[in-house]
Every structure is written in structure tokens, then in C-alpha cells.
Design a protein around this ligand. Structure first.
Ligand code: ADP
Ligand code: MG
Length: 222
């Protein structure tokens, strides 16, 4: 059974009078342990698709099975529970909270967690693993782009999700920081995490083991 299965997913946005169909019937299967890159031009619907996969955005029509469970019937509370327990998110612009330290930022998702983990210990260990041990009490403004993204990776891992979704995670990074970030994601994939990466950058996509291309709201094999 695929961990993620989309069948005929559509998404229509209303822009004033205008209806724009951004996804036109996407079919996609992701197996547990996959490292998938979703590529495609700007505006092709990559982020929309990733946000739907991440249960951050509702779809208009179609079927979405997450670990075999149909999620379109779930209410917002049930969806946030799934998001919190199963999914980790990494974004191009990091979305760190500016007035919280690195340590406090990575602990934010644990506020809503029902999992019983030693989160503070876990935060320390994960931050050390990504080379941020000596940055634990820094504010985001005191970090480089690469350090910010590594902080965001730890935040995405803190609740021990099985799926990590990354939307252009290297989009604001130089090539050295980009490869550091991608090496970390590749390592997580080797440990068994399912990773779905959106990128239009060839070097970034090369870390993935499978890829698809989005074009005009549909997904094609690459
Ligand atoms: P990509 O990530 O591939 O650049 P997006 O998924 O961000 O593409 O956007 C695809 C299309 O959907 C674009 O034309 C964009 O303008 C439109 N779109 C995205 N989000 C919204 C929204 N919240 N409301 C209206 N239109 C949107
Ligand atoms: Mg995008």
C-alpha cells in the first residue's frame, strides 16, 4: 500500500470573478521510504500540490489516501492531528519565529503533540547532528541561511514524523549550504523517512531517487 495516494485531485482557486483550475486531476502514488522530487516551472502548481499532500490546503475534487485513510472527510482538528504527528514541513523561507531562540523554535510543534517523547533531549541531539550545537540559544537573525534551514529541518523532525515535505528548501541558499541541507535530507531518507521535495533546481532534485514533472496542473513521469 502506498503511503500517499492521490486520485484525480483537482484544485480551483477563486480570484475575484475568475475561477482558476490549478490542479486538473492529479494522480500520484508515493511509497513509504521514497525520496520524490516534484519538478516543474514556476506557477505549474507544485506548491499547491505539496500543501494538499501536507493537509495544509483542501482540494476541490478527487481522493487522497494517506496511509490508506481517506482524508477528505476529516475535520480541521483531525487534520491538524495528522499534520502534527505524521508530517514535517520545510519551506523556502524557513518561517522561523524571529523572537524565539533556535532551541525554542524547534520545540514549537511539540506544544500540540500527543506523542510522549523527551522533546528537549531530542532537540539537543538533533541540533547537534545538523551542526548547530553551539547555536542553540541564537536568534534566527543571528544565523546564516543554511543554519536557518537546518534549524527548520530539526523543527520538522521534532515530533518524529514519517513523511517530510520540502517546498524549494534550497531556494534561498548558496550552493554549499544547499548541498549541506540536501545531504541531511538524503540521510533522513536512508533512515527510512519518506521525503517529497518540490524544486525547479536540477542539483537539488539530483538527491531524490524518483522524480515527476508538473505541467499545467498535471503530474507526468519524468
Ligand atoms: P508553483 O509552486 O509551481 O510555482 P503554485 O502552486 O504556487 O505554483 O501556484 C500555481 C497557480 O495557482 C499560480 O497561477 C498561482 O497564481 C495560483 N495560486 C496559488 N495559490 C493561490 C491562492 N491562494 N489563491 C489564488 N490563486 C492561487
Ligand atoms: Mg511554489
Amino acid at each position: 500500500m502506498p503511503i500517499i495516494e492521490l486520485r484525480g485531485i483537482t484544485k480551483t482557486y477563486h480570484q475575484g470573478e475568475l475561477e482558476v483550475e490549478v490542479l486538473k486531476g492529479v494522480d500520484l502514488q508515493v511509497e513509504a521510504g521514497d525520496f520524490l522530487a516534484i519538478m516543474g516551472a514556476s506557477g505549474s502548481g507544485k506548491s499547491t500540490l505539496l500543501y494538499i499532500i501536507g493537509c495544509l490546503e483542501r482540494f476541490t475534487q478527487g481522493t487522497y489516501l494517506l496511509a490508506g485513510q481517506e482524508i477528505s472527510h476529516l475535520d480541521d482538528e483531525e487534520l491538524s492531528l495528522i499534520r502534527n504527528e505524521r508530517l514535517g514541513f520545510i519551506f523556502q523561507s524557513f518561517y522561523l519565529i524571529p523572537y524565539l531562540s533556535v532551541f525554542e523554535n524547534v520545540l514549537v510543534p511539540t506544544i500540540y503533540s500527543k506523542k510522549r517523547l523527551n522533546f528537549r533531549k531530542r532537540a539537543e541531539q538533533l541540533l547537534s547532528q545538523v551542526g548547530l550545537r553551539d547555536r542553540i540559544s541564537f536568534l534566527p537573525s543571528e544565523l546564516s541561511g543554511g543554519q536557518k534551514q537546518r534549524t527548520a529541518i530539526v523543527r520538522s523532525l521534532i515530533n518524529d514524523p514519517d513523511i517530510i515535505l520540502a517546498d524549494e528548501p534550497t531556494g534561498q541558499l548558496d550552493s554549499k549550504s544547499s548541498s549541506q541541507v540536501m545531504e541531511i535530507l538524503a540521510g533522513l531518507n536512508r533512515q527510512g523517512k519518506t521525503i517529497i521535495l518540490v524544486t525547479h533546481d536540477e542539483a537539488t532534485a539530483s538527491y531524490a531517487s524518483k522524480r515527476v514533472i508538473m505541467k499545467d496542473g498535471l503530474v507526468y513521469p519524468a
